[in-house]
Design a binder for this molecule. Sequence first.
Ligand code: C2E
Ligand code: MG
Ligand code: MG
Length: 547
Amino acid sequence: MNSFFGRADKNARDNLLRILLLIILVGLIIYLVYVTGGTKKVFVQLMYIPIIMAALFWGAYGALVVGLLCGVLAGPFIPLDVSLGIMQDPVNWISRSLIFSLIGFLTGYMIDRINKLYTEKHERNLKSPFYNLPNAQKLFNDIEKRIRSMEYFRLIAIKMTNLYEIEKYIDNKLVYDIVDNLAKKLSHNRGQNAVYSYEKDELIVLVCEHCAHDYEEYLRNVLDYYFTFPVTMSGYKIRVSLKVGIYVYQGEEKTPIEIYNKARIAYEQGDAKESGIYYYDGNLESKRRRIHNLTGELLESIDKNELFVMYQPKIDIMNNRMTGVEALVRWKRNGTEIIEPNIFIPIAEEIGFINRIAKFVFDSVTTQINIWKSKGIDINCSINSSVNELHEEIYTLWAKDIIDRKKVDKTGFEIEITERAIAYNDKILIEKMCRLKGEGYQISIDDFGTGYNSLLSVGEIPFDKLKIDKYFTHQIDRREIAELVKHFIEYAHTFNKTVVAEGVETEEQLNVLKSLGCDEVQGFYYSKPLMPEELEAFYIEFCRRNG
Ligand code: C2E
Ligand code: MG
Ligand code: MG
């Protein structure tokens, strides 16, 4: 408000100065015209100078008025010839006044047009090429201003982690609607220009420090109520996962890009597929750098014998029976530090090393199954498969080769494919899944609920088991989440499919899942992933206790 009045004051002051300047100029010209003998001399044409200046100051209509005034001032009161005392013919000065105003109006109009084109170009340069939002340049300008005025603020970067998948596999028009909708929610109480679009799948919000608390509370509600559940948009049921990174600026960094990068580094925490809000902390950068350094070492991990497989039991909760295990790969880097698959599998996929890992896991698992068999332990085993592996033409060939060589029964094998990788129109992948099923493998849809197939196209995907993501299990005490999970279970049961809930950690979660009709569970409540010998002991103990 203060700054508004400040600006209004300044405008009034500027206009007053301009009016004074023009009055002095017009006065001098009239004086000059008079002393040089009257309007018959050329000096009356100098009136175009104040008229053009008025066009610059006030545009077309301002110049029209000034043109008319100049015409009148240089009109009836100034003689045509001072020495002879001959006054001007009214037609003469009236037409001159009209010409002055016309020239003033046209000049002002042209200046207005040029200004408008310039402003439009300037605004275009500050607009996102994807959405109707200000862009990175505008964001950096605004951050710069705040740095200069020594204001503290928070930069909130919001990454839509599965937006490109939605664009690629579902509908690219839908992407615009999703982002538009999200931007509207994010601009809540912040005005139209507070939300910036940086990349196609990223929005940024700049929040002043004193309103940060309320805004973050609001953001949490948005995440909870709009982005936990699949929403129906343009006939699709989709769930957009949002990772939010917050950087609190307290005057340390010098450049906008440093500040922006910190907000982005913040959202790289947590599970890539799960929505969440994360704050920047100084250790993140060195951790991130370390991960990038892993790439070279990962390539040597198999030859150096650093990869190994752990097994996590799956329990049939209706009959208290252990139905199988899930094989989960681990990397013991340099023989000491355990690196989790969530970190090295994406790197392996990026550098084309995933197939070597897949073969290693297949080989280890088949060997292990034979060892257990020789000890009288006959359990099914599921193997995770990334979409890159499945897209490889010879996946089934080498898998078959290993299985034949080790003489293992394929029906005891389950292949887990994450829901996010399965698009209902990815014909090649669905064909591959059909082929795997035809060859006798069981198929599981892993991390169900985190993708965009939820309930829409599952009927078209060949599968045997549906594994509900631990994201839902961990919130199963929320009534609306329990409802959603119940819906998943009923839906899978109509297709005669088995439902497994991942990530069960407490008895309460187990009981809710039981009451919802879930068939199997997997999670720390029963056991963490185990080494083969530990798994044997678990199996024997579990069978002993449950008959
Ligand atoms: P996933 O297939 O969904 O595996 C389940 C993950 O949840 C495992 O993490 C497991 O340790 C963890 N988990 C199990 N029970 C609980 C619980 O009660 N609470 C919590 N908080 N977590 C639990 P892990 O082993 O770190 O594996 C992460 C992901 O890495 C897997 O998710 C899978 O997508 C991928 N992965 C693991 N092994 C392989 C592999 O051999 N090949 C491929 N392509 N991906 C793999
Ligand atoms: Mg899995
Ligand atoms: Mg999973």
